[in-house]
Write a protein that binds this ligand. Structure first.
Ligand code: KIV
Length: 290
């Protein structure tokens, strides 16, 4: 499969080159787990821009427009300040840049917690403005009613339990969750509650491995792990983490490249060539046509 395609803006994004394959669907992702078993693990990565979506799309099942874009793209201290305007703009870009993966968009903090009706209004805006197939929201038992409300009204919901970064102010940091028996039991109850409410998948983040394994065995829908367990039904990482864009490498991240160093090196060579006037060369300037 080609790794990139050209968006023919003169026609419409419905005619990218090469001709697109059929996009995966939420029911297809949900059905990967049957009778408690997932033969083909679900591959999820974050994407925030059209070009990154183009590059990731052929290799992924799900692209997540995560609210981690607050830190990764906007340099914010947490996901808390991320707005619906921000997530909708990036969600639409990712849908435009993909034709294979299911695109899921994070519901920003403050856009869904008040009531199921508030959540429906925000999620409907996200689906209308982006073309994404579903939303992800954080929380367990407290959000079960909302997950059921959205699911019953045609909005696929991916749950998110364990370490829930939008609750950083309440949690006091981003450390792994479930180290006490009571907290482990609560995380399991959270996962069961959102699964029972109709979530089509659940992200399980930053929990002790045993908890992720217990949840994966206990819920009928797929679990997508991040800092969780290799036995989850799928895995997700923040793409910029696996690319090596940041100096800090949390324990759950595997760096597959050192792209940050490549970018910095390219910028340094460019700066040096501008300063010594060796860029541009004859090859990069326009001359009258002969
Ligand atoms: O916002 C995000 O990128 C996420 C993933 C880390 C699961 O929620």
């Amino acid at each position: 499969m080609s790794t990139t395609f050209t968006i023919d803006t003169s026609a419409s994004r419905a005619t990218p080159t090469p001709a697109p394959m059929k996009r995966l669907t939420v029911p297809g992702i949900r059905a990967r787990k049957a009778q408690g078993f997932t033969a083909e693990p679900i591959v999820m990565l974050t994407a925030y821009t059209a070009r990154m979506a183009q590059l990731l799309d052929p290799h992924c099942d799900v692209l997540l427009v995560g609210d981690s874009l607050g830190q990764v793209i906007y340099g914010l201290p947490s996901t808390v300040p991320v707005s619906l305007d921000m997530i909708c703009a990036h969600g639409a870009a990712v849908v435009r840049g993909s034709y294979h993966s299911v695109v899921i968009v994070d519901m920003p903090f403050g856009s869904y917690e008040v009531s199921p009706a508030q959540a429906f209004e925000s999620a409907a805006r996200i689906l209308k403005e982006t073309g994404a197939a579903g939303v992800k929201l954080e929380g367990g038992e407290a959000m079960a009613e909302t997950v059921a409300f959205l699911s019953a009204r045609g909005i696929p919901v991916c749950g998110h339990v364990g370490l829930t970064p939008q609750a950083v102010n309440a949690l006091g940091g981003y450390g792994a969750r479930g180290r006490s028996e009571a907290e482990a039991a609560k995380i399991l109850r959270d996962a069961k509650a959102v699964a029972d409410a109709g979530a089509f998948a659940i992200v399980v983040e930053g929990v002790l491995e045993e908890i992720a394994d217990t949840i994966t065995a206990a819920v009928p829908c797929p679990t997508i792990g991040i800092g969780a367990s290799a036995r989850c039904d799928g895995q997700v990482l923040v793409t910029e983490d696996l690319l090596g864009m940041f100096e800090r490498v949390p324990r759950f991240v595997k760096r597959y490249e050192a792209v940050g160093e490549i970018i910095s090196g390219a910028a340094a060579r460019y700066a040096s060539e501008v300063r010594d006037r060796s860029f541009p060369t004859d090859e990069q300037v326009y001359r009258p046509k002969k």
